[in-house]
Each structure stands twice: as structure tokens, then as C-alpha cells.
Design a protein around this ligand. Structure first.
Ligand code: URA
Length: 256
């Protein structure tokens, strides 16, 4: 098989890898890869897509950045799936919309509200974007073992960071988005982010395993914007849980 167009990878480079971490940020790729394999190395880079390859319990594991939002996430996930990846774990950040979900804590996505457009290319809107059960339980077990605060529930994936998440630019905001944050809050949604619904819909629709953990970067009941100095803890905690969870998934896969 030829090299996939955007990720600039082929099957020789990915060495049959079936597992991939998916951060949004190309800089987070290195942090995740270093957390499970200090000898991991970069195997491709193009636009927002950067891929490192490491070894976890004897298995090749990829870390590929998706960029921000559904369209670029769809490209990354589709191309990885074409190369043979079967288990996808997003590791990102989100903005909490519940009072009890604090900055620095983590949110494990059980299902995502499909506010994105990209997932409509995979399944009609009635179809749920649900996390894979094995990934979900692995993330929860790992968070418990590491004693890191976590919340499990519904996250909402938007196409826009500002309007879609209720951040106004001026007085005018389209009617559909006016008061939308309060509505999702009343419906028990834990946080906003921008990639989970595309990933989970694609995985559910194609019989692949998808999951998502995010570090809480801001609590929207207190502040509008993320404060960079608070990001570090949230990111480190999400990475610790994700790498432990992936290790469990790799081990259980090898025992099959
Ligand atoms: N990511 C988002 O999409 N929204 C936030 O508020 C924080 C991180």
C-alpha cells in the first residue's frame, strides 16, 4: 500500500501498529510518546499531523496529532485505520461546564454530543457517538489506580471553540447558540471539546475501538478562557491515565 496522503506514513513505517494515541496538539505528541517509551522516535510530520512511534509492552504504538476539530481528526483517523490501526485513544483538553468538574481534573468521555459536522459523513445524527467499552473501563481503572480525580460522562464536541462553546465575539450570536451552554449544562454534559464525536462516530460505524480522555483546562462557570499556567497539570494527568490505560489494552490484546 502506498503512503497515505496527509500523514505521510506507509505500512513499513508503522510496522503493523494497531494502537494509536491521538492528541490534538503536535507538541503533545512528544510528551505522550516519552511517557511510555523514552526511545520513541518521530516517523512523519506534515501540516498539523505529527507521528511518533514507540514500544509499549513489546507492541509498536503510534502517537499522531489530529490538529483541532472534526475535519482534520477525520483525516488522521481514516488514514491510520487504512494503515491497520484498530484502537484509538484521544488525549486532549476540555472546558468544563459543571461546577463540580475542576480545572486540573480529568474527564473520561462515555459518549459525545455530536455538535460537529464531520461525523455526519459517517452516520446520521440519530446514531450515537459512544466510547468503546474496553477503553472506557481501562481508563477508569487506570485513573482509580493512579488516584487522579476523574469524571465519567457525556462531553460535547463542537466545530468552533468560540461561538459553538458560547464564547461571544459581539452582542450578536445566532439563535441556536444563544443559551446553548446552559442547556447542555442542564442536560448533564460535563465539558466541551472539539474532536471526540468525530472519532467515536467513525469508530462505532466501522467496528473500531475509540476512546477519549481530556484534562480540564478551564471551568466555564468561573472563566471564559484557558489560563496557560493551569494547563500543565491537566495535561500531565490525562497523559498518565491514558498511557496506563493503553498499556492495559495492549496486554489484554496480547493475551487473546
Ligand atoms: N478545549 C475546548 O474545546 N474548549 C475549552 O474550553 C478548552 C479546551
Amino acid at each position: 500500500m502506498d503512503r497515505v496522503y496527509h500523514l505521510k506514513l506507509d505500512k513499513e513505517a508503522t510496522r503493523g501498529a494497531m494502537f494509536a494515541f491521538l492528541p490534538g496538539d503536535p507538541d503533545r505528541v512528544l510528551k505522550i510518546a516519552q511517557a511510555f517509551d523514552p526511545d520513541s522516535r518521530e516517523i512523519a510530520r506534515n501540516r498539523e499531523f505529527r507521528t511518533l512511534m514507540g514500544n509499549l509492552q513489546g507492541e509498536p504504538v503510534l502517537v499522531t496529532s489530529t490538529g483541532i476539530g472534526g475535519p482534520s481528526t477525520a483525516i488522521a483517523v481514516e488514514e491510520l485505520a487504512r494503515l491497520g490501526v484498530r484502537v484509538f485513544l484521544r488525549v486532549g483538553t476540555s472546558g468544563a461546564i459543571q461546577g463540580g468538574v475542576r480545572v486540573g481534573e480529568t474527564v473520561i468521555t462515555a459518549a459525545a454530543v455530536r455538535l460537529d459536522g464531520a461525523s455526519l459523513d459517517y452516520a446520521p445524527i440519530e446514531y450515537p457517538a459512544v466510547a468503546d467499552y474496553d477503553i472506557l473501563t481501562s481508563l477508569v481503572g487506570s485513573a482509580r489506580e493512579l488516584k487522579i480525580p476523574f469524571h465519567v460522562g457525556i462531553t460535547a464536541s463542537t466545530d468552533t471553540f468560540y461561538a459553538g462553546q458560547g464564547r461571544r465575539f459581539s452582542r450578536y450570536m445566532i439563535q441556536r447558540l444563544n443559551g446553548s451552554m446552559e442547556a447542555w449544562q442542564k442536560l448533564g454534559v460535563l465539558s466541551y471539546e472539539m474532536e471526540a464525536s468525530t472519532l467515536l462516530t467513525f469508530c462505532c460505524a466501522h467496528g473500531l475501538k475509540g476512546g477519549c480522555i481530556t484534562g480540564v483546562a478551564v471551568n466555564r462557570l468561573e472563566e471564559q478562557m484557558v489560563r496557560e499556567e493551569l494547563l500543565d497539570v491537566a495535561e500531565k494527568r490525562a497523559i498518565s491515565i491514558a498511557t496506563k490505560a493503553m498499556e492495559k489494552l495492549v496486554v489484554s490484546f496480547k493475551e487473546l
